[in-house]
Design a protein around this ligand. Sequence first.
Ligand code: ATP
Ligand code: MG
Length: 216
Amino acid sequence: MLKLHNLKMRYPNGDGLDGVNLEVRNGEFVYLVGPTGAGKTSVLKLIYMEEFPDEGYVLVDEYSSQDIRDKEIPYLRRKLGIIFQDFKLLEDRDVFENVAFVLRVTGARSRDIKKKTLRALGEVGLSHKSRKMPEELSGGEQQRVAIARAIVNEPFILLADEPTGNLDPKTAVEILSLLDKLNARGTAVLMATHNYELVNNTSKRIVSIKNGRTLN
Ligand SMILES: Nc1ncnc2c1ncn2[C@@H]1O[C@H](COP(=O)(O)OP(=O)(O)OP(=O)(O)O)[C@@H](O)[C@H]1O
Ligand SMILES: [Mg+2]
């Protein structure tokens, strides 16, 4: 369960968030939609606790922004899968290692690392490219690797920040269908976008954000 309650946050320049309320239940798919500068990325940063609010709180299962300790933050992040517009793959290692390294840092056994990594790559349809380097892949394939990395710890929710922003329309649709498939298997999704066309015909829940405030 994810809950954002009355979040306010100011960056030093005065911009920021000014009243964000949102609940995402397990298994839900929610679009966070708003124009550029509305605060979408800031909301996601508060959820994975790269930033902390000045007022209000974030609850991610048992973790609250009000009393989480620094050393608990890696555990919080294992409950979340995070996907970015620019993929953020490690260019110096292959597809398999890009996914596996998030398990290596948890100290998992190598047999489990292999099993889970191959399973995640299978989910995104890239089992056959596990020994390719990121630069050998198309943008859509790179985003699939990033999605495999995001799901390998079996998070209850995926946070996607404009995940189709660097992709052509056809590839964008494929990535959306992949998120849909993962959602149908039970993972919640919170996807931020300023692309209103993308959500025009959706049957999914839409939360709008403008000037740092969610409108409900
Ligand atoms: N690190 C920062 N320091 C100062 N101001 C920031 C910082 N990050 C974001 N802002 C400002 O906070 C506001 C919200 O930015 P944010 O990146 O959350 O918007 P967004 O909705 O994700 O926009 P976009 O659709 O362009 O990605 C903007 O006015 C932005 O300029
Ligand atoms: Mg943004």
